[in-house]
Design a protein around this ligand. Sequence first.
Ligand SMILES: N[C@@H](CCC[C@H](N)C(=O)O)C(=O)O
Length: 307
Amino acid sequence: MSPLAHRRFLKMNGLGNEIVVLDLRGGDVRVQPDEARAIAADPASRFDQMMVLHDPVTPGTDAYVRIYNTDGSEAGACGNGTRCVAWAMLDDPVMARPAEADRLTLETRAGLLDVTRVSHLDFTVDMGAPRLAWDEIPLAEPFPDTRRIELQIGPIDDPVLHSPGAVSMGNPHAVFFVDRDPDAYDLARIGPLLESHPIFPDRANISLAQVIDRSHIRLRVWERGAGLTRACGTAACAALVAASRLRLTGREATVTLPGGDLRIAWGADDHVRMTGPTELEHEGTFAPSLFAAAPVEGATTAPAGAA
Ligand SMILES: N[C@@H](CCC[C@H](N)C(=O)O)C(=O)O
């Protein structure tokens, strides 16, 4: 039987970005891709990202968090999910530990993230510095200037989308600036084509950004490994960075996603901070039958810190 059978989880969301929080601290169980896909396929535990808590790896941090997409792939960063983890670690009666105050330092594959509570359900996450060099994003070939990279979709002389900004916020993003409402584009069709374009060796999250004014961006996102979502925190950060680099906005903006607003600030210290809400929907336990199709050898164990 899968070691995940009967495990308790929280179903949460950050602006409608569907998040499952699973606490595997205190053991060496690691979720396998088949298991993540099975959990995502169940309506009770459907997620865009599953945030899995493991024991801390770096001294002084509060947890190591593995982030799974719907397709079972792992991501280095998830802004909305990080806020949900903070709520769970501070307020959930089972996951919260008494010593924890209103600040946490979490570690992911992409590095350390400081989270601060700003009100009962709202948190600010210091998402760190954006990575802007072509090989850090990563792109498949050298681009000295990643503010606008050579990439387009549609007819060569009249492209539907072209010249996105490329940014890593711990995960790769391409941000296409559009002058119409992002809803006017068929992102469900365009997104998968661009996500897996050969220019992105690790695939990419694809955003359409309409700059409303210097402090307001409207955004829709096709997420790598998850598809269309109602919100994506790292994409909101990437959009602000990409817009600010082109002088389309200042260094602070409200980013309006289908699920609502995030406040993004790119500080003088180069760190990008994201503020937004969390919501607990329900808790549940994984039925053993969920993993019946997952290979038994998939339910293995591994050190939490191994990337
Ligand atoms: N929804 C997230 C981003 C999730 C990760 C992404 N799909 C990837 O694979 O990079 C967010 O809120 O940032």
